[in-house]
Write a protein that binds this ligand. Structure first.
Ligand SMILES: [Zn+2]
Length: 106
């Protein structure tokens, strides 16, 4: 949607771009493929807890990068609790380190 008011601030323009990515058929297919392969929260599984995943999360933040966004190896199914906990950690500025297997190191 074009804005008649001219410039929008960078952050909301970026957020709007992200939302467009989540609206694509490509993303919806990818998300379903991830959940078909692993319907359980991978973080719960590491603690031997079985929880159905609510969201498909990007392991490395994509920042609008299409390669990272559509990279199946960059996706993990998470329950809402783990997804929200992760986001809160990022907001607090906790650095998340990734191991050689691509999973966050705790
Ligand atoms: Zn979980």
């Amino acid at each position: 949607m074009e804005s008649a008011r001219g410039r929008v601030d960078g952050r909301s323009a970026e957020a709007a771009e992200y939302r467009k990515l989540y609206d694509t058929a490509r993303w919806k297919r990818l998300r379903e493929a991830v959940r078909a392969e692993q319907p359980l929260c991978v973080m719960c599984l590491r603690d031997d807890v079985v929880t159905e995943a609510d969201v498909v999360d990007h392991i490395k933040p994509h920042h609008g990068d299409h390669l990272l966004f559509f990279d199946m190896s960059n996706l993990q199914p998470l329950c809402k609790q783990h997804h929200d906990r992760d986001k809160q950690q990022m907001e607090r500025g906790t650095y998340i380190e990734f191991g050689p297997d691509g999973w966050p190191v705790e």
